[in-house]
Design a protein around this ligand. Structure first.
Ligand SMILES: NC(=O)c1ccc[n+]([C@@H]2O[C@H](COP(=O)([O-])OP(=O)(O)OC[C@H]3O[C@@H](n4cnc5c(N)ncnc54)[C@H](O)[C@@H]3O)[C@@H](O)[C@H]2O)c1
Length: 354
């Protein structure tokens, strides 16, 4: 294990407050922090049935509160009670399709949730830095295929992307407040679609494939020619922690990208790797996007040079290795009866070994 990663985090007087700890990324990050012996507390909505959090029996394992991040008094109370040294803000409505169905709620959670956390962080003296998790979809995408750098213009078309641009506006405002009157460092953490064992969300490629493979049904997949910067969830999570350690060491960084360095795989290539990794034969049918909704960006790449040079961060898994690791996780859990927590620990140990 690369315990050097958590060294600064273990020396902090207070815990890390993780918002969104019942979510997919939040569950992985909580288990990773526990493995690094870093104290962590969580604030989220109650876990969803079939979530990784529920499957891995996480309820009650850390100090936690299930509450709406839009309710300022209870968020403030929890922050003051737990006196965190760091906050990683992940709580969000993270689905593009969900944002078309509920745009107002998406903006409320993603923008005002971020505003609430930043306001509390600046009010509570224990907080030294805040990492705000946004997305690669905050960049204004002209489908030129160029990899985005952190200083590129931001603009989101669909309600989810636009709400995350709103979160970025809040980050910029509190970065400015820090310059005027002090306060914790605030960093925007931008990564693309992540994959990994335990994600059961709707309208995401890997979960849809696993559900179909497991039930023995044909899987319908949109946009086979689209490319995405696929990455294993543990790669950006490691990057988030490295960024916060760097901020604790006194480095100023406003935003940082974490994307794969190998060429993005097409959706149909991901499907092929997944089908090869699953132990039994599977059926997939491809179609073009539903035109009722603005189509998702066809091409999306991140330039991660800042993460390479500033942090020494790099991907542990190639994109096809990440797909294979995800399918292997589900194979161990669904077909071979391994406890999901144990399957996560196995992946975390291989992600942290150098
Ligand atoms: N999963 C991806 O591929 C991906 C890609 C880019 C960015 N992100 C970002 O990473 C973060 C985590 O995503 P995820 O995939 O783990 O999502 P998820 O849906 O699995 O988890 C979302 C978490 O946010 C919490 N949450 C939602 N609404 C809330 C509210 N009103 N009050 C309090 N908590 C609330 C949920 O309880 C849950 O813990 C999000 O900010 C998302 O936008 C995810």
């Amino acid at each position: 294990m690369d315990l050097a990663l958590g060294r600064r985090l273990r020396e902090l007087p207070g815990p890390i407050l993780l918002t969104g700890h019942t979510g997919f990324k939040g569950t992985w990050l909580t288990i990773m922090l526990e493995r690094l012996s870093v104290p962590v507390v969580g604030l989220s909505l109650a876990p969803l049935e079939n979530s990784l959090f529920s499957r891995a029996d996480r309820e009650g394992k850390i100090q936690e509160i299930f509450t709406d991040i839009c309710g300022y008094p209870q968020v403030e109370k929890f922050v003051f009670e737990t006196q965190p040294s760091l906050i990683i803000h992940m709580a969000a409505q993270p689905l593009v399709m969900g944002s078309y169905k509920a745009p107002r709620e998406t903006f409320a959670t993603n923008v005002m949730g971020t505003v609430n956390i930043l306001n509390c962080a600046f009010a509570c003296d224990s907080v030294e830095a805040v990492g705000v998790v946004t997305t690669d979809k905050v960049y204004r995408n002209d489908d030129s295929g160029r990899a985005f750098v952190e200083s590129d213009p931001l603009a989101g078309k669909d309600p989810y992307s636009a709400s995350k641009v709103g979160a970025e506006a809040a980050v910029a405002a509190w970065q400015h407040i820090r310059k005027i009157s002090g306060g914790p460092r605030v960093i925007s953490l931008r990564a693309g679609n992540v994959i990994g064992g335990g994600d059961w969300a709707e309208d995401r490629l890997l979960p849809d494939l696993v559900k179909g493979f497991w039930e023995g049904k044909q899987v319908d997949v949109r946009n086979p020619e689209s490319t995405r910067p696929w990455q294993h969830v543990l790669d950006p999570l490691r990057g988030y922690l490295m960024t916060l350690e760097c901020a604790l060491a006194g480095t100023d960084v406003d935003a940082i990208n974490f994307g794969p360095s190998d060429a993005s795989l097409k959706v149909q290539e991901v499907v092929k790797v997944a089908q090869n990794a699953w132990p039994t034969p599977t059926t997939v049918a491809f179609s073009e996007s539903d035109s009722k909704f603005a189509s998702e960006a066809v091409s999306l790449q991140l330039d991660s040079n800042r993460a390479h040079t500033l942090l020494g961060w790099d991907m542990k898994w190639s994109q096809s290795e990440a797909v294979t690791a995800t399918i292997d996780w589900w194979d161990k859990v669904l077909n071979n009866g391994m406890h999901p927590h144990e399957a996560c620990i196995q992946d975390i140990e291989s992600a942290l070994v150098y």
